[in-house]
Design a protein around this ligand. Structure first.
Ligand SMILES: [Zn+2]
Ligand SMILES: [Zn+2]
Ligand SMILES: [Zn+2]
Length: 335
């Protein structure tokens, strides 16, 4: 493959010299030269030049601008590129048309659609990402995406995800952290108070408002009944507890390995974390008192589940379900 396909593709710039002619690719550093300056230059073309151009994959269209420049036509794609005579002699001229095609193919390989170059900075262009957003990326970055070295992380998508996380807990994502910490964001609570919070804490709902004092204990919570199976260890137990967000936080809170299979058998919405905590503690105390033989000793599961109590044998499921029926009925009365 000739060099002109490999060299830095972003360094040519398209201009229109004459609307009746093909656009002309000029060196990036000459992009501020007025278009009219690239018009025809009177003078002969030497047979030697034609031979060199032919060898390098081009045809000479004419002399342009001044006695140092030629307009070359690419034999592969037909695009016109302005080239210095000295460059034709001493180097492999680049074709602006082939460079653009290469950029587009590179974008396709990265599952992006090339939209337009960024004329404020020549190394960047705008692309349509698969998520539907427009992203601005360096050409070099697109090549790395194509090779699978990096992902196109869409900033708009990330912001939308963070907004949803905040809304789920009564906050609004306002913007980046004013103290510029990468893992923090600025949020506004429903009471109007602004606060910096780590994104991971917002995602997990661990975000107490310093102004109104609203905390997890006054927010809705869930009493859950989950079955945990770890086939490799012959472990099959049930866990009965509460959490503001069991589905998202369960594995993390319990330090479960990926191999553990978790099935939520029942989820009971509670009006507040406080109510959930009180009801769950009462029910667990009742279970331990009435069915001590079904409480699984911690040395059986302790290496796999990071809690010290509230783990039962599956045989106790009907009894736990009865208690959950009672809690549900109580919660309905008091709400
Ligand atoms: Zn070409
Ligand atoms: Zn997106
Ligand atoms: Zn507040």
């Amino acid at each position: 493959m000739p060099d002109r396909f490999k060299s830095s593709d972003s360094l040519l710039h398209p201009i229109t010299v004459n609307p009746q002619q093909k656009r002309l690719w000029v060196p990036h550093r000459s992009r501020h030269v007025p278009a009219c300056a690239w018009s025809h230059f009177d003078g002969p073309t030497v047979p030697e030049w034609h031979g060199m151009a032919h060898q390098k994959g081009f045809r000479i269209v004419s002399r342009i601008r001044d006695r140092f420049h030629l307009k070359l036509e690419c034999k592969a794609c037909g695009a016109h590129t302005a080239v210095k005579l000295s460059a034709l002699r001493g180097a492999q001229p680049r074709c602006g048309g082939c460079a653009t095609t290469r950029q587009r193919h590179s974008a396709d390989g990265a599952k992006l659609t090339f939209l337009r170059r960024d004329h404020s900075y020549h190394k960047y262009a705008f692309f349509h990402a698969p998520c539907g957003h427009e992203v601005r990326r360096q050409f070099g970055f697109i090549k790395r995406v194509e090779k699978g070295e990096v992902n196109v992380k869409c900033r708009m998508c990330l912001i939308e995800r963070e907004q949803a996380e905040a809304r789920a807990h009564g906050w609004e994502r306002v913007g980046p952290d004013p103290e510029a910490k990468a893992n923090y964001r600025m949020y506004r609570h429903r009471c109007g108070h602004f606060q910096r919070i780590a994104r991971v804490n917002m995602r997990n709902g661990q975000c107490d408002c310093a102004n109104c004092g609203e905390s997890w204990s006054s927010k809705p919570s869930v009493i859950y009944l989950a079955r945990i199976r770890l086939a490799s260890e012959g472990l099959d137990v049930v866990k009965f507890g509460y959490s503001a967000n069991p589905k998202r936080r369960f594995r993390h809170q319990l330090g479960l390995s990926k191999a553990a299979k978790v099935t939520f058998l029942r989820l009971l919405q509670m009006p507040t974390g406080h109510a959930a905590c009180a009801a769950e503690k009462r029910a667990n105390a009742d279970l331990v008192r009435r069915f001590p033989g079904h409480v699984v000793p911690v040395d059986i599961y302790g290496n796999h589940i990071n809690v010290v109590s509230e783990i039962y044998a599956p045989a106790l499921l009907p009894e736990i379900n009865k208690l959950m029926d009672q809690i549900e009925a109580q919660a309905r009365i008091s709400s």
